[in-house]
Ligand binder design. Structure first.
Ligand code: NAP
Length: 348
């Protein structure tokens, strides 16, 4: 099969590099263009990027000249890892010009006609792009992935929501440094420390699951009524967000049923056999000291979430720890899986 040419916007950043790494060995997609800021434009990718991985820069991309993110660049499908401050109008321009944009930025997540997709959880919300195209008169469209902490939370809780209903969630996050971008948190601020505030994060975590778990209607998404209380912290791990979660279910569940629901869960990406879909989207660990970011973040190539310490909660119903790879499942990998879903559903 001939591979589909794609472009990466923000290709020199933390998430952008993950896109380049994952796409360079992708069976369906082939990187045709890399875009970044004025700082990098005009020079070969290999010179513009401060490469973060131990293996070398993929040969096919190293010599590609970095361009500015403007329509006209090759590729029908565009992956956006631009900062939110610039992504809004740029992504719109691409969609207006007929490109399909799979974005990691928050700029359009809350637009009523733009879906936030976590592929195993709400693949049906891709139906919203019809409304988007009709309303805006665009040939292309924008699909977003959720905030990184949200992606792993909604994925891990999805089997419980389907089987028992989820009414309320209290979540305390311990979020890795890579989540703040390449030059996000200064070393002197985080070394020997925990930062108890990540600007905007608690609001995103309280808001996005309600849209993702909402019902698609002909008018848009009817948000779910679940109550969410989030406490977000930045900690000195490199990759992998850990979340301590308490959850209130609508119906009573036994421990065995909870574990069975989590371990048995498979979504549409698994049914379709999409290339980035992990065989097991949720992996349950039984040891009392797992999951841990350093040991468990790469399970399923970083696309599985790992759940452990499932135990009763004396305030809500159940407590559990959820770990997800923030730059893979919570960013580049999630957006690639969403694009695979777009292709599989014949929307390209
Ligand atoms: N990190 C995560 O875990 C994570 C998770 C989910 C979502 N996100 C979202 O993904 C996006 C990227 O995050 P990141 O962590 O990868 O950020 P980052 O490391 O700061 O990278 C930003 C990228 O955007 C480019 N850029 C900056 N200003 C630009 C401009 N005016 N025009 C064109 N390109 C510009 C940069 O290019 P230069 O190198 O040329 O400056 C770089 O390639 C953000 O919207 C973020 O919120 C991140």
């Amino acid at each position: 099969m001939e591979r589909i040419p794609v472009a990466v916007l923000g290709a020199t950043g933390m998430v952008g590099q993950w896109f380049v790494r994952l796409l360079s060995r992708h069976p369906w997609f082939e990187i045709a263009a890399v875009a970044a800021s004025e700082r990098s434009a005009g020079v070969p990718y290999g010179e513009a990027v401060r490469w973060i991985f131990p293996e070398g820069i993929p040969e096919a991309v190293r010599e590609l000249p970095v361009v500015l993110p403007r329509p006209g660049i090759p590729g029908k499908l565009v992956f956006s890892a631009l900062p939110a401050e610039v992504a809004g109008p740029v992504e719109e321009e691409f969609a207006r010009s007929g490109y399909i944009v799979s974005s990691n930025a928050r700029s359009h997540r809350y637009d009523p006609d733009v879906p936030i997709i976590v592929a195993e959880v709400n693949p049906d919300h891709l139906g919203l792009v019809e409304l988007q195209r009709r309303k805006r008169g665009w040939e292309g469209f924008i699909v977003t992935g959720s905030n990184c902490s949200t992606a792993q939370l909604v994925l891990a809780l999805e089997p419980l929501r389907r089987r028992f209903g989820v009414e309320a969630v209290v979540v305390v996050t311990m979020q890795a440094l890579s989540g703040a971008g390449f030059s996000g948190v200064p070393g002197v601020a985080i070394l020997d420390n925990v930062l108890p505030h990540i600007p905007g994060e608690e609001e995103k975590l309280a808001r996005e699951p309600r849209k993702i778990w909402g019902r698609l209607t002909s008018e848009g998404i009817e948000e779910a009524g679940v109550r969410i209380s989030a406490h977000c912290h930045r900690v000195a791990t490199r990759d992998g967000h850990l979340e301590a979660v308490s959850v209130k279910l609508s119906r009573r569940a036994e421990l065995g049923e909870v574990v069975e629901a989590l371990e048995g869960f498979r979504g549409l990406p698994q049914e379709l056999g999409l290339p980035s879909a992990p065989e097991r989207p949720i992996v349950v660990r039984r040891e009392p000291d797992r999951p841990q970011p350093r040991l468990d973040r790469d399970v399923g190539g970083g696309m599985s979430v790992v759940v452990g310490r499932i135990r009763p909660c004396p305030v809500l119903d159940w407590r559990l720890e959820i770990l997800g790879h923030n730059t893979v499942r919570g960013a580049a990998g999630g957006a690639i899986l969403n694009a695979e879903l777009v292709v599989a559903k014949g929307l390209l």
